[in-house]
Write a new protein. Structure first.
Length: 456
């Protein structure tokens, strides 16, 4: 192990190749995350046909909300548990939890046990993505941070495509339970690799007083050695102060608009991931085609992530997110009408391009609204409030399906897209109103650079 006094000359260079093992492990973990999130939607048509399980459209929607409610709790508790376990062990625990949830689903004899399994899976899923993003941002070379983050997000959609592939190939012959048994593979594949190869975060090690180990990891991967930072106020007072800062003169009106945009975006993401195959089947498409639409929309999501970042660099994240939301609404309305199969595949793919990256651009816009000291809390609250949309979306579509109004699901998605577009489009105006209430000091009024330059 390197000592804290290791010279800078003896450290490895901080390159993409140096940190590739860490990035690859996070990519694998998020791949399995995407597979588990989408696996329920991929097999729902088969489960509704299983009379022994007793699943109805109403209970199917409720169970989808149990998953996202578990994700909400998992996301809220992951931060405190990371202080105790560290990021590495929290990643292992997250993968283990959602694999355990899949095992419970595979053996469930009724909807109650199955719903409990999806809730357990949600607990693991909720904490995994923020942890992987934090690891990638810490280890990635600064000039490759956007690239590596984008690559990480593509793994979620590749996982969604894998779930659809299982739904198409395994469920028809072997049954839907074997698809959930495949959801146990992360514990078999990813957990041993994470335990053996993933290092702990140097920042976490330093915060826990393990300075020598922190410097050794930083030197091994060519990272800058972490330095102590001032800790935020602890306890309830500290958390309350962080929330109050989001409602200062500059952002008091922008904050609720960002929350509303995130609510709309995550309602779309999780509503579509849970219900698209069954909604398309109810519209008259065959079972195989209906399930394959989930693969196509995730493929569109991969393309969208690659396009959105470059477009936002030129036009700003707010404008891109607003336009993307509107185009998602248009796609949802087109899917409401029974188009020819070939045209439907095209519409689904193009809708996927805009649907998922519209929400990612909400996060990018959030980074431009808050000061450095407020950014972590701002993003945390935008994500947390948005997850209420993830809870409501699957339940609402299930309730509509149970009442015989399944086609209204597409209308609901279109309205969510328009609401998200309106909310995010008003953010620049809200910031100007806030600034006019209390003029910013000259030092703060300097134009920013990067993604959000044209959004403020």
């Amino acid at each position: 192990m390197n000592s804290p006094t290791t010279s800078a000359a003896s450290r490895r260079p901080h390159t993409f190749r140096t940190v590739f093992p860490v990035l690859a492990l996070c990519w694998l973990a998020v791949f399995f995350d995407g597979m588990d999130v989408n696996i329920y939607g991929a097999v729902m048509p088969h489960m509704l046909d299983d009379s022994g399980l007793g699943l109805t459209p109403a209970t199917a929607g409720t169970i989808g909300s149990w998953t996202t409610f578990g994700m909400l709790i998992g996301a809220l508790t992951a931060g405190n548990l990371t202080d105790w376990l560290g990021r590495r062990m929290m990643l292992v625990a997250s993968v283990t939890l959602f694999s355990l949830g899949s095992a419970i689903c595979a053996v469930a004899g009724g909807v109650g046990i199955f719903g409990a399994g999806r809730f357990v899976a949600g607990l693991g899923l909720g904490g995994l993505m923020p942890l992987c993003l934090a690891m990638v941002m810490e280890f990635a070379p600064p000039r490759r941070a956007a690239l590596t983050t984008g690559l990480l997000m593509t793994s979620y959609h590749f996982g969604g495509m894998a779930a659809t592939g299982l739904g198409l190939t395994v469920a028809p012959d072997a049954g839907w339970r074997w698809v959930f048994w495949a959801g146990v593979l992360p514990a078999v594949i990813a957990v041993p690799l994470l335990l053996k190869l993933l290092p702990e975060s140097p920042g976490v090690l330093l915060a826990r007083g393990r300075t020598g180990e922190a410097y050794a990891v930083a030197d091994r991967y060519g990272l800058p050695r972490p330095s102590p930072v001032a800790a935020p106020a602890a306890g309830a007072k500290g958390r309350l102060a962080a929330v109050r800062a989001l409602f200062d003169q500059d952002s008091r009106w922008a904050t609720p608009l960002l929350w509303l945009a995130s609510f709309s975006g995550l309602l779309l993401v999780y509503g579509v991931s849970t219900w698209l195959p069954q909604m398309m089947r109810a519209s008259g498409y065959g079972l195989t085609s209906s399930v394959s639409f989930l693969m196509v929309i995730n493929a569109g999501g991969i393309v969208g992530l690659l396009i959105a970042g470059r477009t936002a660099d030129r036009f700003g994240a707010v404008r891109v997110s607003a336009v993307w939301f509107v185009l998602t609404a248009v796609g949802a309305l087109l899917l409401k009408s029974h188009l020819p199969l070939g045209a439907t595949y095209v519409v689904v793919a193009v809708t996927g391009v805009f649907l998922f990256s519209a929400q990612v651009m909400v996060y990018a816009a959030t980074n431009t609204v808050y000061r450095d000291s407020e950014r972590a809390a701002g993003l945390g609250w935008v994500t947390g409030v948005g997850r209420t949309g993830a809870v409501i979306g699957p339940w609402l579509i299930g309730a509509l399906a149970n009442s015989g109004n399944q086609s209204w699901g597409f209308t609901t998605f279109a309205l969510a897209g328009l609401l998200g577009a309106l909310a995010i489009a008003l953010v620049p105006l809200a910031r100007r109103i806030g600034r006019s209430d209390s003029p910013a000091p000259a030092s703060v009024a300097t134009a920013s650079v990067g993604v959000g330059t044209s959004d403020s």
